[in-house]
Design a protein around this ligand. Structure first.
Ligand SMILES: Nc1ncnc2c1ncn2[C@@H]1O[C@H](COP(=O)(O)OP(=O)(O)OP(=O)(O)O)[C@@H](O)[C@H]1O
Length: 215
């Protein structure tokens, strides 16, 4: 099992519990869609799985490492080693070209492989766009760069928060197809937050978050 989310609890200061008792597992190579109403805690759970925030109760284990005993530095190391993220806002670095954005995360993690990055650029239809800057790309193109940047680091776990939320139907379909095929080819696991039942149906499994629990 790659990711084990076990009886996780999370509240924000002064707020009611967001996650009361959430358990989920994800195997290497599996894809899981996480749905739930707005405010149900999907992004909160994704941030916890990304080791970006600390748990109040329960445990999350990633590739055999329990997250709750880790300090900020330990969490950052684990993130660098195993996790990539894709967000609704593409979060590209505006001062870097497409080529530089693509290799940015892999370079940080020490896993830059120029051949793999070039392969990704080709698969994602970005080869002609490498010298451009993000401001000169469409939303769909920007998200393809963000996916390439995530996959260039060869993550074990890809976490995606509404990755097609800012895209029209055509661009969404392209981005989702590319993301699923890259994940399948690399054997990465994917946890994807979405409001779309159609997208959820494309993934191996589907979990629905409601009332702080998985329904
Ligand atoms: N940093 C924070 N501090 C305080 N409260 C927060 C924080 N982040 C989220 N919340 C609250 O926690 C609850 C869950 O938020 P979260 O963003 O996880 O929901 P979501 O299911 O991802 O929502 P959406 O679908 O609208 O993106 C909400 O009530 C939100 O207001």
């Amino acid at each position: 099992m790659l990711l084990n989310i076990d009886k996780v609890q999370k509240s924000y200061p002064g707020g009611r519990p967001v996650l009361r008792d959430v358990s989920l597992t994800l195997d290497q190579g599996q894809t899981l869609a996480l749905t739930g109403e707005s405010g149900s805690g999907k992004s909160t759970l994704l941030n916890l799985a990304a080791a970006l925030d600390s748990l109040d109760g329960g445990e999350i284990t990633l590739d055999g490492t329990a997250l709750s005993p880790l300090d900020d530095r330990g969490r950052a190391t684990l993130r660098r080693q195993s996790i990539s993220l894709v967000f609704q806002q593409f979060n590209l670095i505006p001062s870097l070209t497409v080529a530089q954005n693509l290799s940015f995360h892999a370079r940080l993690t020490g896993r830059e492989d120029t051949g793999w990055t070039a392969h990704l650029a080709n698969r994602l239809g970005l080869s002609e766009l490498l010298p451009r800057y993000p401001e000169n790309l469409s939303g769909g193109q920007q998200q393809r760069v963000a996916i390439g940047r995530a996959m260039a680091a060869q993550p074990k776990l890809l976490l995606a928060d509404e990755p097609t939320g800012n895209l029209d139907e055509t661009a969404s379909a392209t981005v989702l197809d590319l993301m699923l095929s890259l994940v399948a080819d690399t054997g990465a696991a994917l946890l994807l937050v979405t409001h779309s039942q159609d997208i959820a149906a494309r993934l191996d499994r589907h979990a629905h978050l409601t009332g702080g629990r998985i329904a």
